[in-house]
Write a protein that binds this ligand. Structure first.
Ligand code: NAP
Length: 308
């Protein structure tokens, strides 16, 4: 039986791995089989992670953090967790091939998933002009006209990045002021290729084999109009990824995993949670990493108490 199993592979999970590995707990970390590394794998330049004054590419940062975790003895398994059994002192992790792994403590750091608009044809046109990842798909839109939906940092970052490829980038936002930080706003507002479409929601997607345009509804007047587009990038935030535990751990009204005060302790003894899956507010790489540290220290104390 493992001392501690970590589920996730973003900054929270890998930082928890560094700390628990250095504490001699030989953590096993379940990274996804398809998309390990978390949100930063879809980011370009990370300019605000301390220690990198020149900036660092998101995937490079994750590779370095993972290298650090493995250096101290973390076992990384590229497998999908299908089921968790959390009752009792022995926690059981069931992976996609049906294998069962057990651990005394679990650190749950599965992050969050892209939010969808929730309109017709969104899934059908996904990968055919509709995307959630500018760094993955931007290249396909060279000299095309595209739009980004959203008014937060993600939307500003994606729109600015996409101007490297596209001839024009609309930013469609449902209000007339942005949620994004000032520096990210300004960068987008100053970019000549970006045009803001205020007080507008995407209410319909058009196109048979690929996206050809959208219907916009004015959120103030209710008027509708058509906008021809080759691509639409949706950057309207994320939802915590809790499907493995939604009936096993207490959740908050916002859908994140409930933890006890500033700790990482969930409603089940021996199960700790960290990163975006508990944080509806800050959701930065550095706060996720800090949260992973908290979970590692809480798990260490729990295991010490368990050992008596
Ligand atoms: P966010 O801050 O929650 O912003 C989501 C945006 O999408 C908001 O403008 C929101 O509009 C809009 N929105 C939400 N649901 C919508 C819907 N159904 N239809 C249309 N619009 C919708 O999410 P985020 O931009 O992904 O950022 C999340 C966190 O990551 C933030 O803390 C951010 O600072 C951080 N982040 C940081 C960086 C960086 O520093 N480099 C980069 C990316 C993200 P309203 O404004 O009207 O609510």
């Amino acid at each position: 039986m493992h001392h501690v199993a970590i589920i996730g592979s973003g900054p929270a999970a890998l930082t928890a791995a560094i700390y628990t590995a250095r504490a001699g707990l030989k953590p096993v970390l379940f990274a996804s089989s398809v998309t390990p590394g978390g949100e930063l794998m879809n980011t370009t330049e990370v300019e605000n992670f301390p220690g990198f004054p020149e900036g660092i590419q998101g995937p490079d940062l994750m590779a370095k953090i993972q290298e650090q975790a493995e250096k101290f003895g973390t076992e990384v398994r590229y497998e999908d967790v299908e089921e968790l059994r959390l009752d009792g002192d022995e926690k059981v992790i069931v992976t996609a091939d049906g294998t069962e792994h057990s651990a005394h403590a679990i650190i749950f750091a599965t992050g969050s998933a892209y939010r969808k608009l929730g309109i017709a044809d969104e899934d059908r046109l996904s990968g055919h002009g509709v995307s959630w990842c500018a760094t993955c798909d931007g290249f396909f839109f060279r000299d095309k006209v595209i739009a980004v939906v959203g008014g937060g940092d993600s939307a500003m970052e994606e729109a600015t990045f996409l101007t490297r490829f596209a001839s024009k980038v609309y930013v469609i936002h449902r209000r007339d002021s942005l949620r994004a930080s000032k520096i990210m706003q300004q960068r987008a507002l100053d970019n000549e290729k970006i045009e803001f479409v205020w007080n507008s929601e995407v209410s319909a997607l058009h196109g048979d084999d690929a996206l050809t345009g959208v219907t916009l509804t004015d959120t103030v007047t209710g008027d509708t109009r058509q906008l021809d587009l080759d691509g639409l990038f949706i950057a309207i935030g994320n939802d915590p990824r809790t499907h493995l535990v939604h009936d096993k751990l207490e959740l908050t009204s916002g859908g994140t995993i409930a933890v006890d005060g500033r700790s990482s302790r969930t409603s089940v003894a021996g199960v700790f949670a960290a990163g975006d899956v508990i944080d509806p507010t800050y959701r930065q790489a550095i706060t996720a990493a800090a949260s992973g540290t908290v979970a590692a220290l809480d798990a260490e104390h729990y295991l010490a108490d368990l050992a008596g």
